[in-house]
Design a protein. Structure first.
Length: 423
C-alpha cells in the first residue's frame, strides 16, 4: 500500500519541519516521494508524530471479553495515536506458563491492528507464592508483572528479580502492601474523611517501592514501577536513580491532571492506585519535568457499564485512557506551559521504546509507525465516541485540543478519520 502525506509538520530530530511523509512497501520515508500513492492526504497544519507506546494496558482477552477484546482495545489504541502497547496479564488463563501465554498470543496474531507485546506473570496465578515459568515465557514477553497485585513476600520478589536478571527481562511492579489497605478504596485524604469513605494510605504504595529498591540494589535487577501516584514514590525513585540503580517508572494522566479535591461520587473516579492529594500531583509534575518519571502510561482498564455504576464504594477499580491520553496531556501539560511537545513525545514514545526495546521505530527505511494529529481542533471528550468497549473516564466532558486523524502501525493504516485527496 502506498501512502503520501503532503506538507505536514513532521517531528524530526526533536523539532518540527514542513515535509512530506510516505509509506511504500510498509516502510517510512521523509521528503517528496517519487510514487503514485494509492492514498493521498493533504496535511496542511497537521502534525506527524512518532507512534506512541503504552507499556501498561489491560486488553482483557482471553477471559474477560465482555469488558474489552484485543480487537476493540487495539482499535482504541490506534484511535489515540498508539502503535504499540504492552498488555497486562490479568487474564484467564493467567499467562504464567508458555501454554497459557499462547492462548493470548494467538488472539493477538489474529485480531490486533497494532503491535501488542504481552507480559507474563511473576507468580503462578498472580498469587504471590511460587514463581511462574519465567524462562519459558521470556522470549515472548515485555517483562514480568503481577499487575493488580503487589508481591507481598520479600523472598519471592528477590527470587523473581534474580531469575529475571538472568533472563535479561524487567520486573514490572504493581507496588501495594496489602497489610496497609484496611478495606480502603479511595485516597486517605480530605475528601475521604469528609464523605465517610475508607481510605488507602500512601504508604501502601511507597512502602513496597522502598522494599523493592533495596532488592534491586542487592540483585542488580532491571526494575520498572507501575503507575506511581505519591510524592514519596517520586522521592524514592529519584534517590534510587542518583544511586545508579537500574530503575524506571511511569505515571498516568489521571494522576497528573486530577487530585482528590476533584473527586465525585461516581465510579469513573475509582482506580488503583487512587487519585491522590494536590501535593502528590505537584510532586508527580515535578518528576515529569526533572526526568525522575520516565514515561506516561494509561493503565487503560475497561469494565462493563454495570461494574462502574455503583459509586465510589461499589464500583470496580479502573478507567479507560487510550483514546484521551494525548489530547489531555497536550492540553494540560503543553498548552498549560508545564512542558514542551518534544517532552511529551519523549514520554509517550522515546522512553518506553528505549526501556522496553519495542519494535516501534520512527526511522526512515523501517516499518512505518506514526500518527497524525490536528492540534488546533478543540472538542469535548465524549465516551460515546470511544472505540473501546469501556466508557468510564473521569475526563468525560473535558474540553481538549488535539484530534487524531490517522495512525499507521507496521506500515498499515490502523485508524483513519480523514478524507483523502482525489488522485
Amino acid at each position: 500500500m502506498g501512502i503520501l502525506l503532503k506538507h505536514a509538520m513532521v517531528f524530526k530530530n526533536g523539532t518540527f519541519e514542513r515535509d512530506c511523509v510516505s509509506v511504500s512497501d510498509g516502510l517510512l520515508r521523509f521528503g517528496r516521494a517519487d510514487m503514485n500513492p494509492e492514498q493521498l492526504f493533504a496535511c496542511d497544519d497537521l502534525y506527524v508524530l512518532p507512534g506512541f507506546a503504552d507499556v501498561h494496558v489491560h486488553l482483557r482477552e482471553p477471559g474477560f471479553s465482555y469488558k474489552e477484546t484485543i480487537k476493540t482495545g487495539t482499535l482504541a489504541a490506534a484511535h489515540g495515536g498508539y502503535t504499540t502497547v504492552c498488555a497486562m496479564p490479568n487474564l484467564n488463563p493467567v499467562p504464567d506458563t508458555l501454554e497459557h501465554l499462547h492462548a493470548q498470543l494467538g488472539i493477538i496474531e489474529k485480531d490486533a491492528c497494532i503491535h501488542v507485546l504481552p507480559y507474563g506473570t511473576i507468580t503462578v496465578g498472580q498469587r504471590g507464592e511460587a514463581l511462574a515459568d519465567l524462562a519459558a515465557m521470556a522470549p515472548y514477553v515485555a517483562g514480568f508483572s503481577d499487575d493488580g497485585r503487589g508481591v507481598q513476600s520479600r523472598a519471592v520478589m528477590r527470587e523473581a528479580m534474580l531469575l529475571a536478571k538472568s533472563l535479561g527481562k524487567h520486573i514490572v511492579a504493581h507496588c501495594e502492601d496489602n497489610s496497609l489497605l484496611q478495606g480502603g478504596y479511595i485516597h486517605d485524604g480530605e475528601y475521604c474523611a469528609a464523605h465517610g469513605h475508607k481510605g488507602i494510605c500512601s504508604e501502601s504504595e511507597w512502602g513496597q517501592i522502598a522494599r523493592d529498591l533495596e532488592l534491586v540494589a542487592e540483585t542488580g535487577c532491571s526494575y520498572h514501577v507501575c503507575h506511581i501516584s505519591t510524592k514519596e514514590s517520586v522521592a524514592l525513585i529519584r534517590e534510587a536513580k542518583r544511586a545508579g540503580l537500574n530503575v524506571t517508572c511511569e505515571t498516568a494522566p489521571h494522576y497528573l491532571l486530577l487530585d482528590d479535591s476533584m473527586l465525585q461520587e461516581d465510579g469513573r473516579f475509582k482506580m488503583n492506585p487512587p487519585i491522590r492529594a494536590m501535593a502528590d500531583r505537584e510532586a508527580l509534575l515535578e518528576g515529569i519535568c526533572d526526568g525522575t518519571i520516565d514515561m506516561i502510561a494509561t493503565d487503560h482498564a475497561p469494565h462493563a457499564k454495570d461494574e462502574k455504576s455503583r459509586g465510589l464504594f461499589g464500583s470496580l477499580m479502573g478507567v479507560v485512557g487510550l483514546e484521551t491520553a494525548f489530547a489531555l496531556l497536550y492540553t494540560g501539560l503543553v498548552l498549560g506551559g508545564i512542558c514542551q511537545l518534544s517532552d511529551l513525545v519523549r514520554l509517550l514514545h522515546d522512553a518506553p521504546n528505549r526501556r522496553f526495546g519495542l519494535k516501534n521505530d520512527y526511522i526512515p527505511g523501517q516499518p512505518a509507525n506514526f500518527t497524525v494529529f490536528d492540534l488546533r481542533e478543540q472538542y469535548r471528550i465524549d465516551p460515546d465516541e470511544f472505540l473501546s468497549m469501556g466508557r468510564s473516564t473521569p475526563f468525560a466532558g473535558w474540553r481538549v485540543n488535539g484530534r487524531c486523524k490517522l495512525t499507521v502501525a507496521g506500515g498499515n493504516i490502523a485508524y483513519c478519520d480523514w478524507k483523502q485527496e482525489r488522485m
